[in-house]
Ligand binder design. Structure first.
Ligand code: PEP
Length: 278
């Protein structure tokens, strides 16, 4: 622990993160939004990886034009948040209930209590393996937002849906049904085609652009003008070598990064590309 009690240290860290611009999701309508590059560590990371988290946080400080976050396994959140108090640490999922008989689950308040400032919800690996429905994802997003966490809500189509020409329709529907009601200023959307996650395959920039524009229109239809300030991230095999091309696409306001977020050497070039595109 650095100075003062743990809650004091956390409060100070949150204040610093807010001052730095993290969480200012609602920006001017036609202006480019501040890019957000978030890493999803999935089920990777032990105490011995805290040094890598620190390396990422230290290097990210060189790119103040970009918001950078790491979503780590819930059991690592508290140690990571203590190790890098000025840096946004998040969870990868949250339960929709406040508390109760939900063995093995983690509530929004627990994430926050551990030091998280954001969480992912609706990742396709959970929608698939845990059979999470759009209703459940919406309830999770709602619970996290109500608790004061920033939320990255994931949507994306399967290869079959892409190949049958239904991708935009499917993803728009997913968004409509997963989007929490009310204020969207602490929300980001991650468009992650399922077939691009961890495969090295990436949609064409034309397909990414088409989807992001469609999502932007749905966000504005649902949230009104504040929908133009919701960041829409692309996720799926983003690397240092393809990030610049992806960030150049209209309405791509950052990236959700899996495999390439585990090492500073792979992740920071993506952050640098986002800074370059800012
Ligand atoms: C992800 O799982 O959110 C993801 C985008 O993974 P990857 O970057 O490894 O494709």
């Amino acid at each position: 622990m650095r100075n003062g009690s743990w809650p004091d240290a956390l409060g100070a860290a949150l204040a610093r993160i807010k001052r730095r611009g993290y969480g200012h999701f609602a920006k001017g309508t036609m202006m480019a939004l501040k890019k957000l590059v978030a890493g999803n560590w999935k089920m990777n990371g032990l105490s011995s990886d805290l040094a890598e988290i620190k390396a990422i946080a230290d290097a990210a400080r060189d790119f103040p034009a970009v918001d950078v976050a790491l979503c780590v396994p819930s059991i690592l959140i508290e140690r990571a948040a203590r190790a890098v108090p000025n840096f946004a640490i998040g969870g990868q999922d949250v339960h929709f209930a406040d508390k109760g008989a939900h063995t093995g689950c983690v509530s929004a308040q627990m994430l926050q209590d551990a030091g998280a400032v954001l969480t992912i919800v609706g990742h396709s690996e959970r929608r698939d393996a845990q059979r999470e429905s759009n209703d459940e994802v919406r309830a999770k997003a709602q619970a996290a937002l109500s608790c004061g966490l920033e939320v990255i809500l994931c949507v994306g189509e399967s290869l079959e849906q892409r190949e049958s020409g239904d991708a935009v329709k499917v993803v728009e529907r997913q968004l409509d049904e997963s989007l929490p009601k009310g204020d969207c200023s602490h929300l980001a959307i991650a468009y992650e085609p399922i077939w691009a996650i961890g495969t090295g395959k990436v949609p064409t920039v034309g397909d990414i652009g088409e989807m992001h524009v469609a999502l932007r229109q749905r966000l504005i239809a649902r949230c009104g003008e504040p929908g133009s300030g919701v960041r829409i991230l692309y996720g799926g095999s983003v690397k240092g070598s393809n990030a610049a091309e992806i960030f150049a696409v209209a309405d791509v306001d950052g990236a959700l990064v899996g495999g390439a977020s585990l090492k500073a050497a792979d992740f920071i070039p993506i952050v640098a590309a986002a800074a370059e595109a800012a």
